[in-house]
Design a protein around this ligand. Structure first.
Ligand SMILES: [Zn+2]
Length: 139
């Protein structure tokens, strides 16, 4: 199952990033994940799979918090930015030009809440290194 391997990938990359910083994984309370509208991830299945996978890991005290990221498309012809919709698909609603995805394919760990501190934007490097590990599995 796709979502089961994603859940394991999240746990593995967060564990690795914590390890590098000598942070006890038992301190993690919440793992914040951003999932793009076009990332082809079933959020419910992922939450379910994570619940199982995390029990067998050193991150068992943590829960997964998933934020959905809307898809934004940019037109290669007129440069307009539009929210993705099934009607327009990858065609510009203004000029019918072809569009490229600017946002909406994310599958990133964007932050961790620890028991007595928060690591988010201030700790960008840590978070990004975790993200890259996850992306590697998705693509
Ligand atoms: Zn256009």
């Amino acid at each position: 199952m796709h979502e089961a391997s994603l859940a394991r990938a999240i746990i593995a990359s967060v564990s690795e990033a914590l390890d590098e910083r000598h942070i006890d994984p038992r301190r993690v309370r919440r793992i914040h994940l951003a999932v793009g509208e076009l990332a082809q991830v079933d959020v419910e299945s992922l939450e379910f799979a994570f619940g199982f996978a995390v029990e067998e890991s050193s991150l068992r005290t943590s829960s997964l918090v998933i934020a959905s990221v809307p898809a934004v498309l940019t037109c290669t012809q007129c440069g307009s930015r539009n929210l993705y919709s099934a009607e327009f698909f990858f065609t510009c609603p203004l000029c019918q030009g072809a569009c490229v995805v600017e946002a909406g394919k994310e599958f990133d760990v964007v932050g961790l809440d620890l028991d007595d501190a928060e690591l988010d934007d201030d700790s960008g490097h840590f978070v990004r290194s975790a993200c890259r590990a996850v992306e590697g599995v998705v693509t």
